[in-house]
Design a protein around this ligand. Structure first.
Ligand code: PXG
Length: 461
């Protein structure tokens, strides 16, 4: 590959041939296209030599940081030994066997088997097909409906988008039947004046109301992210998950924890369901499973469900060419070994997590900030026009967020903007010094954004 093309030529070719995901391709200007050329640890370099702190760990996935030789070596040696074979026709291989055992050991005790794909989206397709098939095999084929939440993100495949609660996605290409959405536990946007705990109970009871409306005998599962990631890092009030757990208990409804972002240490435990003490029957994982070095997704299956699929005759007519890809599994094993060896999960819980959270929460003193929240290494800053009424939003929703994101990028820190919420999810290897740099750039970003918004008369001085 010719890696010496100039930035200008690369940008032109990118505009000519590359269809970017979730991007207004027609509006994307040439000089806005950043060509990333190299990465190491928490740092990225672009083709113009700028060094940028990767505050999003790629796309919520590079948990162990970029450029780890252990993963690179594992991939290289697996490529030479067995670069591909399938797992369909009574065949298996050591990497998939080793990884499955590792994952079952790491996951909460109810999990017993692992089903592989290549992403979170296809994992959630697997989940939908699996829960419906499970109930049919249990003699309850009428249990078909899946309940999800507005503003949830469960992927971009047809099932992923339909399970997710993003209206902009539903508007394009439609949705699929048998999926219902309830309100999300987003306290700050609620103008009713409830305390967070009252609101958490209220939001959880929307699940109860939906179950009663449809009838529990028709519901297959409830799916949710422990913390909504792409929806803006919406951290539910403390009362939310215990109430959801109470509602699901004894109702014969499966719970799917979508751990694509929250898994593998992000929230200070191996899985987000442990942080919130929920008891899922299935977990969708991807991203941090390989730290994004190569694609892999894994659906964790509880004993209760696995037992049904282990009954001879109960074949699951489902699978992907790359289910259990040996190279991806080798990368995942090396990645999990790093997380264990460097104790990254407890580092998030006891060290870098609390260190960054403290400084991040202090950003709440900024005149632009309505809330500054962080659990583990997953944070959000809500930009608001009037600090005294933080449930009020900017009139031109999204403009402030975009301005802030662009300032942050220019100052050398990648944060994402969801509407007017800045979000952060850095590698779990972030050092204290790097955390200080991150906070310094975040504060400068808020100052720059504040001035720009006043100048553009989008908020009062
Ligand atoms: N579930 C969750 C909770 C996710 O965050 C998926 C499923 C789908 O995973 P795949 O591997 O199919 O992309 C995701 C993915 C963003 C952004 O802009 C977030 C995701 C993907 C792309 C962009 O925040 N999350």
């Amino acid at each position: 590959m010719n890696v010496n093309l100039s930035t200008a030529i690369l940008r032109e070719k990118d505009a000519a041939f590359h269809f970017h995901p979730f991007t207004d391709n027609g509006a994307l200007k040439l000089d806005e296209r950043r060509i990333i050329v190299r990465a190491d640890g928490v740092w990225l370099w672009d083709s113009e030599g700028n060094r940028i702190l990767d505050g999003m760990a790629g796309l919520w996935c590079v948990n162990v940081g970029h450029g780890r030789p252990e993963i690179i070596d594992a991939v290289r040696s697996q490529m030479s030994e067995l670069s591909y074979y399938n797992t369909f026709f009574k065949t298996s291989h050591q990497p998939v066997i080793e990884l499955s055992e590792m994952l079952v050991d790491l996951a909460p005790p109810q999990f017993e088997m692992v089903f592989y794909g290549t992403s979170g989206s296809d994992g959630n397709d697997t989940v939908l097909r699996m829960v419906r098939t499970y109930w049919a095999m249990m003699g309850k084929p009428e249990k078909q409906v899946i309940i999800s939440r507005h503003n949830a993100y469960h992927g971009s495949s047809m099932v992923g988008a339909a399970l997710g609660g993003m209206s902009g996605m539903h508007e394009q290409a439609g949705t699929i039947p048998g999926i219902e959405h309830i309100a999300q536990p987003y306290w700050l946007a609620d103008p009713s004046g409830m305390t967070p705990d009252e609101f958490g109970i209220h939001a959880a009871r929307a699940l109860e109301a939906k179950i009663d409306e449809i009838g529990g005998d028709k519901i297959a599962a409830f799916i949710a992210e422990p913390i909504q990631g792409a929806g803006g890092v919406i951290i539910p009030p403390d009362s939310y998950w215990p109430e959801v757990k109470r509602i699901l208990k004894d109702r014969d409804i499966l719970f799917v924890s979508d751990e694509v972002i929250c898994g593998f240490g992000r929230t200070g435990n191996w899985f987000g369901c442990e942080t919130f003490d929920t008891e899922p029957d299935l977990m969708t994982t991807a991203k941090g499973l390989t730290s994004g070095y190569v694609p892999l997704g894994a659906v964790m299956v509880s004993k209760e469900i696995a037992e049904v699929f282990r009954i001879p005759g109960n074949e699951f007519n489902h699978g992907y060419t790359y289910s259990g890809h040996p190279v991806s599994c080798a990368a995942a094993i090396a990645n999990l070994k790093i997380i264990k060896k460097e104790k990254l999960v407890s580092r998030v819980a006891d060290d870098i997590g609390p260190y960054l959270q403290k400084k991040w929460r202090q950003l709440a003193d900024h005149p632009l900030i309505g809330e500054a929240v962080m659990t583990g290494l997953m944070g959000a800053l809500e930009l608001v026009p009037d600090k005294k009424s933080p449930s009020r939003r900017f009139e031109n929703e999204g403009a402030a967020g975009t301005i802030a994101r662009d300032f942050s990028f220019k100052s050398g820190l990648i944060m994402r903007a969801v509407r007017d919420r800045l979000i952060l999810s850095p590698p779990l290897t972030l050092s204290h010094e790097e955390a200080d740099t991150l906070i310094r750039i975040a504060r400068k970003t808020l100052d720059d954004t504040h001035h720009a918004l006043i100048k553009q008369e989008l908020m009062k001085a």
